[in-house]
Design a protein around this ligand. Structure first.
Ligand SMILES: C[S@@+](CC[C@H](N)C(=O)[O-])C[C@H]1O[C@@H](n2cnc3c(N)ncnc32)[C@H](O)[C@@H]1O
Length: 323
């Protein structure tokens, strides 16, 4: 029954972050009263929250004083270059949805997104994109080694989010170029990133709907990373087909996806299926053979399947010379 208790840890972390307590603490030991003054909070509640965070191991306690532990200093303080606040904000929103599992179980319909204006929509899309970066960044080296991009090559990243992989590849290979495709709301963030890296001559951002966009051009590599779970299988098959059409002969389509398994046991990706039940109309979690099938149906030859973390695998389908 430990599982029934353990949700408190995640909720505590996410909600504590939203109060600004990690910024208030910093890496100096502080009295509870000083932290409460900075936050405008109740001293007793502040003390108990800090004790809870110390119990969790993210805050350190000496006598009556507290400071951020190394993980909090690195990821939870907003001035840190490694700050992961957007991931926590994304999780905070997801937590609201997870409370509604019984409703969705009956209705079968995803939880409606909050009504927002265009400006809020763009702001939220940026939070989401940066949250995705927290997940993709640790995998950059691994994906670089698996995809083996070469200097002078051109890739297309469909549903690129923050564009983490393509920016990193371009950083390492001065002649590498890429087209970054995502929803139009992500374009502002991507264009800012292209300009700040001085990559205007090598990186192009393209806004559109991947459900019906007819991709044009000819690419050495096309990446579809963490996209398929949002959609039902007919859409995934159609997307793989349209993506494969712009792969050069000899080039590849790479699909990175969280997959079920390794066997009949759904494994850690099973939990992600619930996220899809709550957040999408027809999304799901696929088995490795289902993902491989999208590629072979698109006339690609599966060349490699490798794990990129405990949930995800990357599938590489090569476009062979036709006789
Ligand atoms: C889970 S994120 C994956 C981001 C990135 N590929 C990665 O692996 O980190 C899904 C991305 O797909 C984009 N996306 C979802 N539906 C889309 C659509 N219909 N058209 C264009 N982009 C879409 C989202 O905006 C988001 O950036």
């Amino acid at each position: 029954m430990a599982l029934s208790w353990d949700w408190r840890k995640s909720v505590l972390l996410v909600q504590a972050h939203s109060t600004g307590i990690f910024d208030a603490l910093d890496d100096e030991f502080k009295q509870v009263g000083d932290v409460a003054n900075l936050l405008g909070s109740d001293p007793r509640a502040t003390y108990l929250l800090l004790v809870g965070l110390a119990g969790l191991g993210v805050v350190e306690k000496v006598g009556e004083k507290f400071r951020n532990g190394p993980t909090a200093v690195k990821y939870l303080v907003s001035s840190s270059p490694h700050y992961r606040g957007d991931l926590l904000r994304h999780d905070q929103r997801a937590m609201e949805n997870w409370r509604k599992i019984p409703d969705v179980l009956i209705s079968g319909k995803p939880i409606a997104k909050p009504e927002v204006n265009q400006e809020e929509k763009i702001a939220w899309q940026e939070v989401f994109a940066k949250a995705m970066e927290a997940v993709s960044e640790p995998k950059v080296d691994h994906l670089f080694n698996i995809l083996e991009p070469k200097d002078g090559q051109k890739f297309l990243d469909i549903g690129c989010g923050p564009g983490t992989y393509m920016f990193e590849f371009a950083d390492r290979l001065p002649g590498f170029s890429a087209v970054l495709f995502d929803r139009p709301e992500t374009s502002g963030l991507l264009e800012k990133r292209i300009r700040s890296r001085g990559m205007e001559d090598r990186m192009t951002c393209l806004g559109g709907d991947l459900l019906d966009h007819e991709f044009t051009g000819s690419f050495d590599g096309v990446l579809i990373s963490q996209i398929l779970h949002i959609f039902p299988s007919d859409i995934c098959a159609d997307l793989a087909r349209r993506a494969s059409e712009v792969v050069k002969t000899g080039g590849f389509l790479a699909i990175q996806e969280m997959v079920l398994g390794p066997d009949e046991n759904p494994g850690p990706t099973g939990l992600f299926g619930v996220q899809m039940m709550l957040g999408t109309a027809a999304g799901t979690v696929y088995t490795p053979s289902e993902v491989a099938r999208f590629m072979t149906d698109a006339q690609l030859v599966i060349e490699k399947i490798e794990s990129t973390d405990e949930k995800s695998k990357v599938f590489i389908g090569r476009k062979r010379v036709t006789a």
